[in-house]
Design a protein around this ligand. Sequence first.
Ligand code: SF4
Length: 325
Amino acid sequence: MTSCWQNELADSFTDPVDLLSFLGLATGNCDVTTEVSAVFPFRVTQAYAARIRKGDLSDPLLRQVLPDTLERLDVHGFGSDPVGDLNSVSHPGVLHKYSGRALLITTGACAIHCRYCFRREFPYDGQQLAKSREHAAIESIAEDNSIQEIILSGGDPLVLNNRRLGALIQSIERIPHLRRLRLHSRLPVVLPSRVDPEFLSLFDRLRLQVVMVIHVNHPNELDESVKYAIKAMTQKGITVLNQAVLLRGVNDDASCLIDLSEKLLAYGALPYYLHLLDRVRGTAHFEVPEDQANRLLEELRRRLPGYLVPRLVREIPGAPYKQPL
Ligand code: SF4
């Protein structure tokens, strides 16, 4: 039997023409956008689409998901694996990049396709944690006492159904040297119905500390349904943090970032990272220059209490941690 959230997921927009029509926008250049989305498919949930302003092609939420002809530009310095993921594979489905932490590529699927995604060219077929690889991957973590934290990533781990996700969490829970479980997911924001009672029950009686890192770039992504999902998780004792990507034409404005931090706190999540764009091919039009990023952060420091100022970082392949600016 499918859950409510799975029906909603199946009901997503998968053609940019349909989304533009829903928003009352002209679909004249959609031959081009359809062509671009053949390289990195288009996908947007109804819940996210409902927060896009109707009739506004420059809406910051729309800009994050609408394929653009600029994605076809081949710009120097932009490649297929901008953060060196493939050099960090310790086992199929497992990335071991930073000390004490291992990351599982649980799936290649997402509820929404963000045009700036740093894994838009990631070879999921060979690298995701298929069921057949799971046992060996868990064994490899069990044999490495230096690992204290497991990060469930993807794709988006919350696309997995509760049975699969619950079994994976229990396998991780049984490894005695692990202390924390971290999940990185955009579903509590773009499909808040995913945070249903059955999902929340997966965290009952866990020994591991649980951290959920959501991904919100603009305050308009946060509405009452997201607030409810965040509150439900925090009431379970889950620490909810946010990471955002600094994106030209989306959130490269101090007032917007301040609103985002204020709203996140009001909803129960703390701002954690503000990432410079990872330079993946097809995303150069989203890049905000480093000096502008530093000026924005200076403005945030002046106008916000320290706990609402996210850490501005960049990921450099091979570096032992994310580099603060
Ligand atoms: S949800 Fe995350 S992994 Fe999926 S497309 Fe967006 S940024 Fe990439």
